[in-house]
Design a protein around this ligand. Structure first.
Ligand code: CA
Length: 478
């Protein structure tokens, strides 16, 4: 990125320009004729509920395009992100490493992102000849050196922070993290952001198709994160729905995903596109995480087991769900393997290539162990077992295969498993470093209260610092 563009992004002095993606033009030539490597498309959603898609079976949401896409690959039923909030989860996905190993444990402040010593997924793919682009929410650093254009992405159209409005306002430019930008230059946009992000990705895909260049597109929608905003037309469609705004936002997301997939079909490249579809963490209120316990930001399944699927029509047989224990950390090595890039030991990746498992060439769990930690809140999976351990509050052992709702404590009946997992968590934590930002302090009191309730199978009445403080003032909680 040029210094001038970067300056524009940083000081807000850019001249506003409208970014409109040109419509796709059909092209009969496929890059597959020259380059057999697959395109790679990561569709990352924000705060989506585990049960908030039509393919989930009994969902209140309507998602025909996403349902069709998932039916062409395999739904991932035991897929976990490495962090239960946005920043840490994205740090893990984009580096392929537990973010606790480099300080990305808590949500980043505006100036703290992924250390420059880490190599983001776009970099080796770019070096291998892939055209690379990121769309939507970044949230892994807003310092100039941490800009997507300096972390391996040829193209960036999105915003640097954790959330923003779905409609444009001139006030956007007062915030570096909320302003929409195109490669460092602040831009305005018309209409609804979810639609614009998909169109921008389609424009990029179209260019690469015409250039016979394989692409890596990281399409990180801010949908369905707050603020809960939708177009009048989409809201009207769900008049009377008990979660009208979420239903309308999800409908728009489905429309946008459908348009991107239609573009691949139009180009004849869908069959050789490796697609990851997942949420960055579990749903928050009022999303539906059924049948999981709790929500975004916790170390229960509702925090980190995410709705998702993988599709690669040329390699992955369609239909049956994949139930092996797997992680968003696997996306990095899976992409490198698909692109024919050697995974070197020096990369210190924590994931594995998932495709052999999804092809049924490898059996069993891709992982025996997975670990989570944000500050005082720790968790681990060991095959079907899950240990949740909250400093100063307590711990529980569950079998999430038999008891996905995490209600039945097995510490007394399975003491050896419990001890083994506690030792392994502590051993794993010896490799972690101090978080670059201590982002849990304002949430500490209410989170401790919430965990106390949840560990005892009670539903917390207060779920944010404000409501908890008011309840404490009125002596409604001890
Ligand atoms: Ca999120």
């Amino acid at each position: 990125m040029s210094k001038q563009l970067l300056c524009s992004a940083l000081c807000g002095c850019a001249t506003l320009t409208s970014f409109a993606a040109p419509s796709a033009t059909p092209d009969v030539q496929s890059h597959n004729e020259k380059d057999p490597r697959p395109n790679i498309l990561v569709i990352l959603m924000d705060d989506a509920g585990y049960n908030d898609f039509g393919f989930c079976g009994d969902s209140e949401m309507s998602t025909p395009n996403i349902d069709k896409l998932v039916s062409e690959g395999r739904r991932m039923t035991d897929w976990h992100v490495s962090g239960s909030v946005s920043g840490p989860s994205r740090c893990g996905l984009l580096t392929g490493r537990y973010q606790q190993f480099f300080g990305g444990e808590t949500n980043p402040a505006a100036e703290v992102g992924i250390p420059l010593a880490e190599t983001l997924l776009a970099q080796p793919l770019k070096e291998a000849g892939y055209a690379t682009a990121a769309y939507g929410k970044w949230h892994v650093g807003s310092d100039p050196d941490e800009h997507p254009n300096r972390r391996g992405f040829d193209e960036f159209y999105g915003f640097l922070g954790g959330h923003r409005n779905y409609f444009y306002s001139p006030k956007d430019t007062t915030s570096l993290t909320k302003a929409m930008q195109h490669n460092g230059k602040f831009v305005s946009f018309d209409g609804y952001l979810t639609d614009r992000l998909g169109e921008a990705a389609i424009d990029f895909i179209d260019k690469q198709h015409k250039n016979n260049t394989p692409f890596f597109v990281y399409l990180a929608y801010n949908a369905v994160h707050s603020p809960f905003q939708a177009t009048k037309e989409d809201l009207a469609r769900f008049e009377g729905h008990k979660r009208q705004k979420i239903a309308a936002m999800t409908w728009a997301l489905d429309r946008s995903v459908g348009q991107v997939i239609d573009k691949l079909k139009q180009d004849g490249t869908l069959d050789n596109t490796l697609i990851f579809f997942l949420s960055d963490n579990g749903g928050d209120t009022p999303k539906d995480n059924t049948p999981l316990k709790a929500h975004k930001g916790t170390e229960f399944e509702g925090g980190h087991r995410v709705v998702g699927a993988m599709v690669w029509k040329n390699r992955i047989p369609a239909g049956k769900s994949f139930d092996g224990l797997s992680s968003s950390l696997d996306i990095y090595p899976t992409c490198l393997a698909a692109a024919g890039v050697d995974v070197k030991e020096s990369m210190n990746l924590d994931g594995v290539d998932l495709v052999p498992y999804l092809e049924n060439k490898k059996q069993g769990n891709p992982h025996d162990w997975l670990f989570w930690r944000i500050g005082d809140w720790h968790a681990a999976r060991f095959n079907d077992y899950k240990l949740v351990w909250i400093d100063g509050i307590g711990d529980r052992l569950y079998n999430v295969k038999n008891n996905i709702a995490e209600t039945d404590d097995l510490r007394e009946s399975q003491p050896e498993i419990y001890q083994h997992m506690m030792q392994e968590i502590k051993s794993w934590e010896t490799k972690t470093v101090k978080p670059l930002k201590g982002g849990v302090s304002s949430w500490k009191q209410v989170k401790d209260y919430m965990y106390r309730e949840l560990l005892n199978n009670r539903e917390p009445k207060y779920t944010n610092p404000g409501s908890y403080k008011r309840a404490k003032t009125k002596k409604l909680v001890k």
